[in-house]
Design a protein around this ligand. Structure first.
Ligand SMILES: [Zn+2]
Length: 323
């Protein structure tokens, strides 16, 4: 019997780029194409998605003759998976958009949407650590910080599709100066340990370290996190930033472990996926607090370059993760 070749289309919208591609039912990405996105509101993002998708369907498909089964979108901000609504990117960009309906009609494909971190969490559930654990936490440390929580195999969504915004909690670690966070609070874990937080901390502290060899670019460009890591063995400012971030992430891990009692914690996202911060995080974890996390704290094994796309394609599969 011939098995019908199926593919699921995914659209992974990041802060600066848009990745469109297809995955087969076993979780292999079979084609992909990258597009530029830039800083957009939701209406602008929809326009870029439509234009890029038209191009992808014309030029980007390589593997399949048949149209994709469905499409899934991983979007930044607050997203209602059930109703297909994108409520907001952040507090300044809040246009309620029925994006699944609009795209479904335009491209004649079923369309499903989800928040980007919960999308990646769903890819972990089907193709990553979810094969070993039904109680785990996925923490994404990238430009921002957020978590996806799986409890008894179910994905925690929240009453307003806003569960897991743990980047805006405080973890008792600060770099010695108050760092205002986007959310209005001070020294949230996102403000000291994410890509944008490391940038803020470096800028706030640079005057105190006049001899620092870290390059701090003009406002509007971001301090290079890899450069902070690379210079941390010989530059006191970089060493402080690395130490603060590692301890902050470890405290976040322990707070979340105390909240949902997982047997595993998975770290993903651009700031942690290269493993540089990992030894510092491990060293700051308290064994007693972590005693039931028997499968440990691990860096995601999903390829960081495609984890977001795999998440979006998993959303296209429209599996029920809520019961
Ligand atoms: Zn905050």
């Amino acid at each position: 019997m011939e098995i019908e070749a199926l593919s699921y289309l995914g659209i992974d919208l990041g802060g600066t780029k848009l990745l469109i591609g297809e995955m087969d039912a076993a979780g292999t990405v079979v084609s992909h194409k990258k597009y530029r996105s830039g800083f957009l509101d939701q209406t602008g993002a929809l326009r870029v998605i439509e234009e890029s998708l038209e191009d992808y369907l014309r030029t980007g498909r390589v593997q399949y003759e048949r149209p994709p089964r469905a499409m899934g979108l991983g979007l930044i901000g607050r997203v209602n998976n059930e109703l297909g609504i994108w409520y907001q990117i952040d507090s300044r960009r809040t246009t309620e958009l029925r994006i699944a309906e609009v795209l479904s009609r335009k491209f004649s494909l079923p369309c499903y949407v989800e928040n980007d971190v919960r999308s990646a969490l769903k890819a972990e559930l089907l193709f990553g650590v979810g094969r070993r654990s039904k109680d785990f936490i996925y923490i994404n440390v990238g430009t921002g910080i957020a978590a996806g929580i799986v409890s008894g195999g179910r994905v925690l969504q929240g009453g307003h599709c806003n569960a897991g915004e743990v980047g805006h909690t405080r973890v008792g670690v600060d770099p010695g100066v108050d760092i205002p966070c986007e959310c209005g609070r001070i020294n949230c874990v996102e403000a000291v340990a994410s890509g944008s937080g490391l940038d803020k901390c470096a800028r706030a502290l640079t005057d105190r370290y006049p001899g620092s060899i870290l390059s701090v670019p003009k406002e509007g460009e971001q301090v290079n996190v890899k450069e902070i890591f690379e210079k941390s063995d010989r530059d006191p400012l970089c060493a402080l930033l690395v130490d603060t971030a590692a301890r902050a992430i470890a405290n976040l891990v322990m707070n979340l472990v105390r909240t949902s009692d997982p047997d595993m914690v998975v770290l993903g996202g651009g700031v942690v996926s290269d493993g540089f911060l990992y030894p510092g995080i491990q060293a700051a974890l308290d064994p007693h607090t972590m005693r039931f996390v028997t499968r440990g704290v691990e860096i995601t094994r999903l390829d960081p370059a495609y984890a977001g796309l795999m998440g979006a394609c998993t959303v296209a599969m429209n599996r029920n993760f809520s019961n």
